[in-house]
Design a protein around this ligand. Sequence first.
Ligand SMILES: Cc1ncc(COP(=O)(O)O)c(C=O)c1O
Length: 376
Amino acid sequence: MSGIVTFDGAPPPGTINLGIGQPSADLLPVDLVSQASRSFFDAAQPLELNYGVIQGDERFLHSLADLLGARYGTDATPDQLFVTGGNSQALDLVSCVFANPGDTVFVEEPSYFLAFQIFRDHGLNIVGIPVDDDGIRVDVLQRELKSHRPAFLYTIPSYHNPAGLCTSEARRRKVVELARQEDFLIVADEVYQMLYYYDAPPPAYGTMTASGKVVSLGSFSKILAPGMRLGWIQTSERLRSRILANGFVNSGGSINHISSHIVRQAIDNGTLESHIEKIRGTYRSRLEVMDSALHEHFDGIATWTRPGGGYFFWLNFDESVDTAPLRTKAKDLETGFQAGAAFSTTGSFSNCLRLCFAHYGEQDIRAGIARMRPLF
Ligand SMILES: Cc1ncc(COP(=O)(O)O)c(C=O)c1O
């Protein structure tokens, strides 16, 4: 079974598509989920199959608070937490609750391209703020705040998708200060916060909710399995009360009640923690293999900064290179990548591309990079 991929858009057999930003089949822990499910269902009461309470099952929120306390290094309390169906669903929800059609939202340039469509679905105008090696450019943010009043800033502070970088602690604190002064919210997509392979990243925005300006999104997609469709929002009680008044939330109750029961077992019995440690080790090796394969084939042709966590390398080529049309040729060579321009609201970064080291094992990563070399 290993090597068989069944998700939507699986590449043709034999192709190593380094554009796919998903975990590999061998890191999806069927036994862990199966054991956690059995523990839950063996003792389940009928009422546990009813609608769950709208903010999420209290026992789950307690377990999640423990996990965040251990992983983020500061206390989290259940009344700051809200269960979600993962960060994609959370982005849709925050766009509904904290913005109105016609509002402006700021995103980083580049940013997670699938978020753009979610914001557009809600009639939001998107304005890009550039990043550098230390994360979002606060000087440009300040300048743009003179001509826009954004409903929120969408940021991916740790192990950015696609740029791989971490926003420094000083910048994070400055962004919070600006949010207070200029009255906008920070929607921090912290999906890779726990996936660090060397030093820990700066504190999550989730630890800065006392500012009243932070809505931090977390997900079990990258630390357990995307198919669980489970995540959380960490925010102030006041902002959480606005989410709790949402119509969809009130109609359906806990957004993914059964998954939250299962994940609670995995948190409480320690298997989630062990799994996170295991994948951190594997991803670190894959990252190093990709870095060395890139040095072997792309030194002098592209530049990149080796990421310290997450899933992605972001390669910069000479300005004359346009990576988008090369994707067709890459298919012929049975390899693949994501073209840079997809991550821009204005079609910038056409000379860049994103590679993911999470979806394939070390041998495939080496082969995929070698196959890509003749394109440039
Ligand atoms: C930055 C970012 N946000 C959100 C998602 C999707 O998260 P989820 O699976 O929790 O919906 C991804 C997945 O690739 C991502 O990279």
